[in-house]
Write a protein that binds this ligand. Structure first.
Ligand SMILES: Nc1ncnc2c1ncn2[C@@H]1O[C@H](COP(=O)(O)OP(=O)(O)OP(=O)(O)O)[C@@H](O)[C@H]1O
Length: 280
């Protein structure tokens, strides 16, 4: 996925300031950043689903995001849904909908407008539920599920959509540790099948263990982007998050493992972020 430049204004405030995102195909890209840095807004703008606010200069004309050279925002909704799935944070529903029916919604872009669910649609929905670790929930009503169960169902709906680009907003925030690892495995498998995966994540260690590529936002701007080993370093993270960061190396995987502490000097006084001495 290649992005042009995205600027977005809400209530007169620039919440995305000339943001460009490149997400390699067949890779898991982690979208990182502190609260309010613009991750959810960016994902929704890229998916054409952002309702509040409007595009702003200085981005100027041109597509916000291209996928296989097509301007995704310009695609008709139905066509876009054949390419792209968005898994939103806490996307609740008040409809009395069974889990299976909720997952079958992901099949709509792939069938003719008046057709009902085919056997193939049902098979795809059951396969998606199984892949998301939710195969026992099919008969439940979505509104009765726990947060983690609902999160698996949202993932299953997106998998049933069989997208080539999947955008996920905090896909693991309600999941227990085993389910988190399972969800990230699912994303890695999608990437191995050639799907472009972009996931907003708060857990930097989950990003370290799973992602190939990272984009770090701060105050609506991209402050770092690149391979995991280049972005998850104290010089980049400390000024953005305002904490002290130590980076170790995982003995088995060789990937970074991060430890965090409040930034302090030798006397125990708090120091401005980014000024910690890596020797202490
Ligand atoms: N509907 C809205 N009305 C006003 N401001 C909004 C609206 N939606 C988002 N914002 C503001 O835009 C900024 C970016 O919000 P966004 O939700 O994209 O951040 P985020 O990085 O996803 O945050 P978090 O990690 O807390 O989920 C924030 O300052 C937020 O308050």
């Amino acid at each position: 996925m290649g992005a042009g430049r995205v600027s977005w204004e809400i209530d007169g405030r620039l919440v995305l300031d000339d943001v460009g995102v490149l997400a390699p195909a067949g890779a898991v890209t982690g979208l990182l950043g502190p609260n309010g840095s613009g991750k959810s807004t960016l994902l929704r703008v890229l998916a054409g689903a952002q309702r509040a606010g409007h595009a702003a200069s200085p981005s100027g004309p041109g597509p916000a995001m291209t996928f296989d050279d097509a301007d995704l925002a310009a695609l008709p909704r139905r066509e876009r849904a054949r390419v792209l799935a968005l898994v939103e944070q806490d996307a609740g529903t008040d409809l009395p909908l069974s889990v299976l029916d909720a997952v079958l919604l992901g099949r709509i872009p792939h069938r003719s407008l008046l057709a009902g669910d085919s056997d193939a649609d049902r098979a795809a929905a059951h396969a998606a539920l199984a892949a998301a670790g939710a195969d026992e929930l099919g008969d439940r009503e979505v509104g009765t599920l726990s947060g983690g169960e609902r999160q698996r169902v949202h993932m299953a709906r997106a998998l049933a959509q069989q997208p080539r680009l999947i955008l996920l907003d905090e896909p693991t925030n309600h999941l227990d540790i085993a389910a988190q690892l399972h969800a990230m495995r699912v994303l890695r498998d999608l990437a191995a099948d050639g799907v472009t995966v972009v996931a907003a994540l708060h857990d930097l260690n989950l990003a370290a263990s799973t992602c190939d590529h990272l984009v770090l936002l701060d105050h609506g701007q991209v402050v770092a982007a690149g391979p995991v080993a280049e972005v998850l370093v104290p010089e980049v993270l400390e000024p953005v998050y305002g904490v002290r960061v130590d980076v170790l190396t995982h003995p088995r995987t060789g990937r970074p493992v991060l430890s965090f502490d409040r930034a302090r000097d030798q006397n125990g006084a708090r120091v401005p972020p980014g000024l910690t001495d890596p020797q202490t």
